[in-house]
Write a protein that binds this ligand. Structure first.
Ligand code: NIG
Ligand code: FE
Length: 390
């Protein structure tokens, strides 16, 4: 392995290490800290006064540094837009997943170059706001060729790719959802699995377009047999089997969690599945926010993600999610920042990101502010960006 120059990072007003061995609280906060980065990993972290010599030096000028945001849920391979649907919702039309079909139409009609440029534009937007890892789902192709294409494109920007052929039943299969599930679990899975790390399903009996418990189970079990990790869209529009199914099958994460019963919370607390909350969705659909406090108090690991997509949340902003989680969901600033970094990493079953201890990947965000608190304290202000170290 080639060894590159070591870079010493100084001038930190605050370091959020997310490593409780390095400093107080779950954020492992350090003041007057310095970091040494070498070969893309954190080689040393400690008090600035004790920093070892390095080849290069970067002074962040009195800013806070934190692990880059881990956005563990996004749908970025699509064409078209649905601002009129958003406007209708703001006049009282509820979201039921029916609008997904219009994005499917536009995506099928689009060439690779259009999809790629849209995807790259949103990923660049994310990086400009401090996100260093993003998960990208398929789910707007819904044919064998279009789903495989979406995942090939997603692989160009991330290793965290998710096959979501079971997003909705496409119009050509209306009334034949069993046949569509057979396609998803058969030829579509075979074509998509080589390009995917994960499989996901929109498990939502409250939507006429999505999948019930038995169909969701069939999709997840087929994905697992094909070697994919499991993720679930669950309990977004109403109560349903998604959360408990996710725990039972050992899914890495169940996402949305807006409508949870006590039994769902108990199941999450006793299992290994992360509850990923997507507050931009409630903001953009006028649904009630999920009760993060109840999950945290029960001991559930919580992640925050954007769900960036043209329907329920066309925002790529993890700082917005942090601010909403604090203001609307009962999370403290510490809990929200942890959920947007280490929580997202847990939802992707990654321990090399989401913290800045020695050996972690040097994927960092820097704030134009002295403290992580400013993410919720100064909402809507572009404070965060990724910290690039050569
Ligand atoms: O996570 N709920 C299902 N899928 C997306 C929305 C997709 C869309 O409306 O285009 C979500 O909210
Ligand atoms: Fe989603």
């Amino acid at each position: 392995m080639t060894t590159h120059a070591a870079t010493l990072i100084t001038g930190l007003a605050e370091l959020v290490s997310n490593d409780p061995e390095l400093g107080p609280g779950p954020l492992g906060l350090m003041r007057d800290a310095a970091l040494v980065v070498q070969d893309g990993t954190i080689a040393w972290v400690g008090p600035a006064g004790a920093a070892p010599p390095a080849d290069e030096r970067v002074d962040v000028g009195g800013r806070a540094v934190l692990p880059g945001f881990v956005d563990s849920h996004a749908h970025l391979v699509f064409a078209g837009e649905r601002s009129a649907e958003f406007e209708a919702r703001m006049s009282g039309v509820p979201y039921d997943g029916g609008g997904i079909a219009s994005t499917v139409r536009a995506t099928r009609d689009a060439g690779d170059e259009l999809l790629r440029s849209q995807l790259q534009r949103v990923v660049a937007e994310m990086r400009a706001q401090g996100t260093t890892t993003v998960e990208v789902k398929s789910g707007y192709g819904l044919t064998v060729a279009d789903e495989a294409r979406a995942l090939r494109l997603a692989r160009e920007v991330t290793v965290e790719t998710t096959f979501l052929g079971a997003h909705v039943v496409p119009p050509e299969y209306a009334g034949r959802s069993d046949e569509y599930v057979a396609l998803v679990t058969g030829p579509m899975l075979a074509a998509c699995a080589p390009h995917a790390r994960w499989i996901d399903v929109f498990c939502e009996p409250a939507s006429p377009h999505a999948f019930d418990g038995p169909a969701s189970r069939a999709v997840l079990e087929a994905g697992r047999a094909a070697g994919l990790g499991l993720r679930v869209h669950g309990n977004q529009l109403g109560p349903g089997p998604g959360a408990q199914l996710a725990v039972e099958l050992g899914a890495a994460s169940v996402d949305h969690c807006t409508f949870l019963s006590d039994a769902d919370v108990d199941a999450l607390a006793s299992g290994q599945t992360v509850a990923t909350l997507l507050p931009g969705v409630e903001f953009s659909t006028r649904q009630p926010y999920p009760d993060a406090r109840r999950l945290l108090d029960a001991g559930v690991t919580v992640a925050l993600a954007t769900d960036c997509n043209p329907g329920t949340c066309f925002s790529s902003s993890m700082p917005l999610c942090v601010a909403l989680a604090v203001r609307e969901m009962g999370m403290t600033p510490v809990e929200a920042v942890l959920a947007a970094t280490r929580g997202g990493a847990a939802a992707l079953r990654r321990d090399d990101i989401g913290h800045l201890g020695v050996g972690a990947r040097a994927e960092m965000a820097v704030l134009d502010a002295p403290s992580y608190r400013y993410l919720a304290y100064r909402p809507g202000v572009p404070l965060a960006r990724t910290l690039e170290v050569a």
